[in-house]
Ligand binder design. Sequence first.
Ligand code: ASP
Length: 410
Amino acid sequence: MKKIKGSLPLQIFIALALGIIAGLIFLATGHPEIATNYLAPFGTIFLNLLKFIVVPIVLTSIISGVVSLSDIKKVGTIGLRTIIYYFCTTAIAIVIGLIFANIFKGTYHTLSTSGLEYQAAEKTSLMDTLVNIFPSNIIQPMSESIMLQIIVISIFIGFGIIIAGKKADPVKNLNESLYEVFMVIMRGIIKLTPIAVFCLIAPVVAENGPQILGSLAMVLLTAYICYFLHAFIVYCSAVKLMAGMNPIKFIKGVIPGFLFAFSSTSSIGTLPISMECVEKMGGRKDVASFTLPLGATINMDGTAIYQGVCAIFIAACYGIDLTLGQMITIVLTATLASVGTAGTPGAGMIMLAMVLQSVGLPVEGIALVAGVDRLFDMGRTAINVVGDMSAAMIVSKYEERREAKEKASA
Ligand code: ASP
């Protein structure tokens, strides 16, 4: 049983291969409608389940993420600096993702699937985007899956719980246990991915032919270029400028954590290794034990890149051009979503559903990338973990300087 559990990515790969073969057979025999009529509906069931679970997961996980930040008061400026660094690097990551995906957009193949029911979103100005973040109603954002508003509601509730203190303990505990329940359901849904991938990819290949596979290779390449640039440009210059650290020393130091994250696809599972890496590079233990677990929970730069790239890819496949307002919405949603993404395998794909919903893109598009999600996940988790380690080094240096100043003035 354990063995079957452990091989979910393998099952997904096999399902993808079988789905492609089945799709090619339907195409070659001139009956693509069989795939569309009899396989696609099972894929739709999976997508419905994904849409259903994403709202409660976002709501409960962001509330508990915000509540867990209450400890930050204890660590004062370390906490604030770490969080600002995490949010800024995540926003940069997604901008890099959006820029490169727009450059490579021309290489993505537009689908000819008939059942595309995308309704072009009305063009929104920057100010409208800002106004639309704030809900005027607590129910409507949830019933209509208006993701940015749900994130804002969750943040408000989280802060409300912190400020209300002891009296809010029942709400806090209820949220924790609801979160656990929804996570169990989500894990169950994720187990259905192989069947869903088969049922979703076969009709796409049957209707579009093998060209779609070339697009998939291109979108993977785009994501890996962005992962690479983000690590080399953003993290290396951040450790150089903010911690005075030699980037080569940093790259050498993070390799064990990078490799472990790459193979395990879990930031949380990589924590013991990343702690060790930071200490070996001369980072402080007290800082690492705060910044790394926090990062594994709320800092997901690789995931943000993946979401930006996939959003543009899916839009291109459906022949949709995103407006500037929609791109800004993606930056905001994906940055905030990193608070709600668990540092576990495949979590970023669930959050992709939310990013797509935030700009009205079809969640069905996830079918295109789900089969190779493991390949995206390996790279994005490695980047997530390297980002956490860079923060640990920078904040360690900052603490050293602060203590030295305090000693000098004493
Ligand atoms: N696997 C990632 C992590 O652990 C999360 C994701 O799926 O994006 O950091």
